[in-house]
Every structure is written in structure tokens, then in C-alpha cells.
Write a protein that binds this ligand. Structure first.
Ligand code: ADP
Length: 603
């Protein structure tokens, strides 16, 4: 009783309910219809056999013709029911049209019931007592036998039983016998009881089918889930293999890397290091692993990664590049190293370890020191005496020392020119060195550009005369001021003018134009000279860049002028460039922001 109970009572097991409710009702109906149809052959055979037995028994009565008619009815109905069964079996729409097949079945059940009802109505009153008992027994049997047959759908059973019961009840009630009349009153009650049982069974079947489908669905879901899990497992394995491969690749990179690499934990304890690190610090890996990197590798005087600095690096967990710091090798030799620290963090931002890439910059720093020494030598040991040599030669060449032999004059002039070139070179080298090392300071002031340009023309006139080139300014901008370092802007103008003069043809002219657009003023220095060769254009602002060194030797120059100009103009928030000039020659230009004073005056 218990299992049926729990299956039939939907309120007993809430888990069962939600599971059963998830079944597809159409599939449940199709299953129930299939169940009834599958029982049909037994039902048809049983009904037919009982009908034959009944016909044989009842034929002894007075109405043989009616018995034959009834038997014919039974045969016809049996054939029709078999036809229905056969069509159902062959049907391809069993599942999708289950409701229609159930309706056909209900008609067939009603017809079967009615055939028995007909037998009851016709044969009961016309037979002797024993046959009446036999018939009543038979009818009770077919009513009861219909319960397991049709209970999967209780309305079908109700129709079937009604077809039998109601004609029989009518016959009993109108027979004229008191006992039969009383039985007639009880039969509808039996009918109701049987239908109730069928209804109950119907529920049992229904929830059974629902459960079956729900479990079927669960199994399908489980299989799909299993497949997904398997697929994900495969992907995971693949990913693991890839991670392992890239891990091996990384390890290989670190091992072969010429840069020292150390892995440390959050306390700066060394976890791992590559051969380059062993070379750099002179320790074997086993000697360093487990030791504190800051205490072991840095010279004690060096505070670069002292307690607080390391702690704040760990807290911020941001990559950090340290300035060169003194480190001590195992053999006691001091080396300068540049540390780049990269924290490795997981997705939650927790620090896993720190990777330090260490570059030995001892030689770089030494080279830098030597360079500084060299520039200082250039500045003091060469420039100072050279300036006095040039001064002396200028005096001699000016004629104040009296008339001199023409050959001597030629020689002293060559000496002065070359000494001047040497001084220019030294000055340019010192300039560029100063700019690039960041030691160079600008003194910006409001300058009237027009005046400055004319001044530069005057200053460069004698230089231009040497190349028989005229310097001409057109379109001035009186009153317009720019904020710039006067001396440096003059240096730029001088360089551009002298270049233009140097690379112009004899008798040519260098023209200077000034124009203003928006907040910028532009100065163009244009010549009709040789032009800039195509393959030199992208190098022209580089250091020691010269298109034709033979020509430059002849005309003078260091290849540093434009490099200095570019850096100076950019430091004064300007822009410098060049373009080909229509009709031949080159046009160099620079643009500078217009000073505030002028902008206000302009308004
Ligand atoms: P340099 O002192 O040699 O003139 P610059 O840096 O001033 O050095 O110029 C670099 C090179 O650019 C020059 O040697 C020359 O080849 C080329 N150059 C510069 N200005 C001009 C110009 N106006 N016309 C043609 N070539 C030029």
C-alpha cells in the first residue's frame, strides 16, 4: 500500500511533486494512450470469448434471432476495434495526436459497453432465472474487467461502464420485481464506486507516468551535464598542458636570458634565480635561495630598497624601476645594478611573488663618467686656449700688428678659420651634451621677433658674404612678441641662416619671411640652393648628420647644428621642419607660440 500511496498522493512528497510536475504533459498523455492501446488485444479477446460463451448460453431462450443479431453486433464491433488497434499501431502520429486516438478509443469503449448494455436490456427480461443470474454475473464481470482495461483514462472507463450499466439498471427497475427494483437502486452506486476506483487508478497511472518522464528528463540532463563536464575536463587538461608548456618556455627564457632574473617572495626572500644572476652576483643558486635579497645583494650603505621602500612596493604591488644601486658580489667586488621589480599578482590582487630583472650598469656608468670627464676637458682644457688663439689670430689678421707678408697672411687666415671651426665643434658638442643630459637651462623672456630676426641677419651678413649670398627679410611683424630664450633663439636663427647661405649658389639670396596664424608665429628661411637629398631627409635632425661630408668639409660645419636647433625649439614649445621650395632650394621653418603680452595688445 505504501508505495502506491506515496505515488498517488501528490501532497506526500514535495520533491516528487516538483520533479513530476516538470514532465511534459503531452508526452505523459501519449504514454497513457499507448498503455491502453497495448492492452486492447487482451480486452478484445476476453470480450469476444465472453460474448461467445454468452451467446451459446442465451441461444436456448425464445429469441434466437436476437441472439444471432447480437452475436453479429459483437463480431462487427470486435472487427472495428481490431481495425482501430491496427491503425493505431501503424500510425506515425501516435505521440503527436494522442488526444485524438484517445477519443477514438472512448467511442470504441462506449460501443463495447453499449453492446453489453443491449444484451442486458434484451436478454434479461426474456430468460429464465438461471440465465438471468448468469447474465447478471457476466455483466458484473465485464463492468469489473473494464477497470484495469480502461483505468488509465477514467472518462473512457466511465463511458464504457455507463453503456453497460444504464440499460441494465432500467431493465431491473422496470421488471416489476421488488428485489430487482432494489438492486436497480444499488447498481448506480456500484457504478459510481467503480468510476471512483478508475479515477483513483487513473491518478496513480498519471503520476507514475509523470515521474517516469521526469526521471527520463533528469537522466537526459544528467547525461548532457556529464558530457559537458567531460568536455570541460578535456579543455582544462588542454589548458593545463598549454600552461605547462608556456611555463617551460618561460623557464627556458629565464635560463637563457642574458639579464639576471630573480624570483622573490613578499619578504624579499630569494626563491629562484637564473644562471645570469649567478654570474652577476658570483653566487651559486643554492647559496642564494632562501636568503634575503636586500641584505645579501645590496651594499649596506645603499638605502634604495630599505625596509620602508620595499614595504611600500609590496603594498602598492606596482612595477618599479630603481635607479642604479650599488651591489656587492660574493667576491666583495662592488657592481652597479639597475633593478626592475615586477609583482606577480593573482586575479584577486594578492601578491604571489616578485620578479626582479637586474642589469649590470657598472660599465655604462663608468662610460658616462668618462664622457663627463671628456666634456669637462673639452670645455676647459681646449676651449679656453682655443678662444685665446682665435683672438690672437684675429688681431694679427686685422692688420693692427702692421703689414705682413701675403703668404703669412694666407696662413694665419687658414689658421683662424680652422681654429674657429674647432671652436664651433667644441661648442656644439658641449651644447648637445648639455641638452641631452638635462643640464641645460633656458632663460625665457618676451622678445620682439622682428627685431631679433633683423639682428640675426646683421650678425650673419659677413658669413653670408663669404659665400657671396645676400640675406633678405620680407614681411616683418613689428610688435609681435614670443616667449623665448633670446640667446638660444638667435643661435637657431644663426644656424638656419648660415646653413642656407652655405648651401646656396654664389650670387643667390636667402629670404626670411615671418607670418602669424592663430597663436603661432612662423619664421621661414628659404634658399635656392642644392636642396636636401631624399635619402637624407629622415636623418637630417640627427647628431653628426651631414648629407655630403666632402661638401661640408669644403663649406664648414659639424653636423650638429640642426640637432641642437630641434632640441632648442622644442624646449621653447615650438616646432621645426623643412620643405622643398617651389622652383628649387629648401625652406626651413620654425613655429613658436605667440607671447601673451602681444596677444593682449593685439586685442
Ligand atoms: P652642419 O653644421 O653640417 O651644417 P647641420 O646640422 O646644421 O650641420 O646640417 C646638417 C646637414 O643638413 C648639412 O650638412 C647639410 O647636408 C644639410 N643641410 C642643412 N641645411 C641645408 C640647406 N639649407 N640646404 C641644403 N642642405 C642643408
Amino acid at each position: 500500500m505504501t508505495p502506491i500511496d506515496s505515488a498517488t498522493n501528490p501532497h506526500k512528497a514535495s520533491a516528487g511533486i516538483s520533479l513530476a510536475d516538470s514532465a511534459d504533459p503531452r508526452r505523459v498523455l501519449a504514454d497513457r494512450v499507448e498503455q491502453i492501446y497495448s492492452q486492447m488485444p487482451i480486452g478484445i479477446a476476453g470480450s469476444f470469448v465472453i460474448s461467445v460463451v454468452a451467446a451459446i448460453e442465451l441461444r436456448q431462450g425464445r429469441f434466437v434471432e436476437i441472439v444471432i443479431f447480437w452475436a453479429g453486433l459483437v463480431v462487427l464491433l470486435t472487427a472495428a476495434t481490431l481495425g482501430l488497434y491496427w491503425s493505431y499501431r501503424r500510425s506515425t502520429t501516435k505521440a503527436s495526436e494522442a488526444a485524438q486516438w484517445l477519443r477514438w478509443l472512448a467511442i470504441s469503449a462506449l460501443a463495447t459497453g453499449a453492446t453489453w448494455g443491449f444484451a442486458a436490456a434484451v436478454f434479461f427480461p426474456s430468460h429464465a432465472d438461471e440465465q438471468q443470474v448468469f447474465l447478471a454475473f457476466l455483466l458484473a464481470g465485464v463492468v469489473a474487467g473494464g477497470v484495469p482495461m480502461y483505468a488509465v483514462s477514467w472518462p473512457v472507463y466511465a463511458l464504457y461502464a455507463a453503456g453497460i450499466i444504464f440499460p441494465f439498471t432500467y431493465v431491473l427497475a422496470t421488471f416489476g420485481n421488488k428485489l430487482f427494483a432494489e438492486i436497480a437502486l444499488l447498481i448506480p452506486a456500484f457504478y459510481a464506486l467503480n468510476v471512483a476506483i478508475a479515477y483513483r487508478l487513473n491518478q496513480v497511472f498519471d503520476s507514475g507516468y509523470r515521474l517516469r518522464h521526469a526521471y527520463g528528463k533528469l537522466t537526459e540532463d544528467y547525461t548532457a551535464l556529464n558530457q559537458r563536464v567531460e568536455q570541460q575536463l578535456d579543455e582544462l587538461l588542454q589548458a593545463q598542458r598549454e600552461v605547462e608548456a608556456s611555463g617551460r618556455k618561460l623557464a627556458l627564457f629565464a635560463e637563457r636570458s642574458p639579464i639576471a632574473v630573480l624570483q622573490m617572495d613578499h619578504n624579499a626572500t630569494i626563491l629562484e634565480l637564473n644562471p645570469a644572476a649567478e654570474n652577476l652576483f658570483g653566487y651559486a643558486a643554492v647559496e642564494l635561495v632562501g636568503r634575503n635579497a636586500i641584505r645579501t645583494l645590496f651594499s649596506s650603505a645603499n638605502p634604495v630598497l630599505g625596509g620602508a621602500a620595499w614595504q611600500s612596493f609590496i603594498e602598492t604591488a606596482k612595477p618599479l624601476s630603481l635607479p642604479p644601486a650599488g651591489c656587492v658580489r660574493r667576491d666583495g667586488i662592488e657592481v652597479s645594478c639597475e633593478f626592475t621589480l615586477t609583482p606577480l599578482v593573482n586575479e584577486d590582487g594578492d601578491l604571489l611573488s616578485v620578479i626582479a630583472q637586474v642589469r649590470d650598469v657598472t660599465q655604462v656608468l663608468e662610460a658616462d663618467r668618462l664622457k663627463k670627464e671628456f666634456t669637462s676637458t673639452l670645455s676647459h682644457e681646449l676651449r679656453t686656449p682655443l678662444t685665446s688663439i682665435i683672438g690672437s689670430l684675429q688681431l694679427v689678421n686685422s692688420g693692427v700688428m702692421g703689414e705682413m707678408d701675403k703668404d703669412i697672411v694666407e696662413l694665419t687666415e687658414v689658421a683662424e678659420r680652422n681654429a674657429q671651426r674647432l671652436l664651433d665643434l667644441i661648442n656644439d658638442i658641449l651644447d648637445i651634451e648639455k641638452i641631452e643630459s638635462g643640464k641645460f637651462v633656458l632663460f625665457p623672456e618676451d622678445i620682439e621677433l622682428d627685431t631679433l630676426v633683423r639682428e640675426s641677419l646683421l650678425l650673419n651678413r659677413s658669413f653670408a658674404d663669404r659665400f657671396k649670398v645676400r640675406l633678405e627679410a620680407s614681411g616683418g611683424l613689428p610688435g609681435l612678441e614670443v616667449k623665448a630664450d633670446r640667446k638660444r633663439l638667435l643661435q637657431v636663427l644663426t644656424n638656419l641662416l648660415s646653413n642656407a647661405a652655405k648651401f646656396s649658389n654664389e650670387g643667390g639670396a636667402v629670404e626670411v619671411f615671418m607670418s602669424v596664424t592663430d597663436a603661432m608665429v612662423r619664421v621661414d628661411i628659404a634658399d635656392r640652393g642644392t636642396g636636401i637629398p631624399e635619402n637624407f631627409r629622415d636623418r637630417i635632425f640627427g647628431r653628426f648628420a651631414q648629407a655630403d661630408s666632402a661638401l661640408t668639409r669644403q663649406k664648414g660645419g659639424t653636423g650638429l647644428g640642426l640637432a641642437i636647433c630641434k632640441r632648442l625649439i622644442e624646449a621653447m614649445n615650438g616646432r621645426i621642419g623643412f620643405e622643398d621650395r617651389e622652383g628649387g632650394g629648401t625652406l626651413f621653418y620654425f613655429e613658436m607660440p605667440v607671447a601673451k603680452a602681444f596677444a593682449q595688445a593685439d586685442k
